[in-house]
Design a protein around this ligand. Sequence first.
Ligand code: ZN
Length: 282
Amino acid sequence: MPRTFTFIGKTEDFTTDNGGNIVNTAFIVAPQGVIVIDSGPSLRYGQQMRRAIATVTAKPIALVINTHHHPDHFLGNQAFADVPIAALAETRNGIAADGNAFAENLFRMSGDWMKGTEVQIPGKTLNAGRFDVAGRSLRLVALDGHTGADLVIVDDSSGVVFAGDLVFNGRAPTTPHADVAHWLAALDQLDALTREASFKVLLPGHGAPTADAAPIRQTRAWLTWLSATMRDAAKAGLDMNDTLALPLPPEFAALPVAASEYRRSVGHLFPAAEQDALGAKR
Ligand SMILES: [Zn+2]
């Protein structure tokens, strides 16, 4: 029987109360060992995860996979320093380049929960395609848009699609390294994966898993609205403060952390929208 487990984080931002437990991580108990998908935001989280895995199976950890280079997905790697850790090449490079700055930022937001956490860069490079590990055959789908490299893992034997942060459910998406056009294209590919006969469960990077593609539609709706809002505001000559002050439509305002993610996204995306609007006028 396929045995796949997930730890569901809160749909909140990092705080000293939640200790950064705001992310979904997962593990697959494969015939010859355990495959861990993302390691959480801290050493402490990784250690707790490892203890929880040990209550389910005595099998060794065969591999840890990081879906992308955001700190809530890889800073638990240190708890798995004795096993291979793998990611796409660009994710490995991103962790090497930005990992320490990300960790410092989480220390500021999550406080003592981060104690002792150090960046552990994945030592192994993953490539797209069929990937056999610990007696399990996975499909690795290399996409991008949430960051420069977003790995989707399809486990055909359980029917689980591990979407990473390309999909948010019941929480506004984060955009610090987003290319919205690429992200929307990636969502189309994810959508196709959920229409395959073997599909059973979609696990977003944040928010509850589902047995359908609803969170893909939700993420697409937010991103489509967000980029149209940036473009229209820039075309209308609004400045950043005007754009920040725009009201959120009710369907989006009701999402957890919508107001704070909107503010951050304006900071990330509005300058480029302004450049586009200026370019169009020339
Ligand atoms: Zn992310």
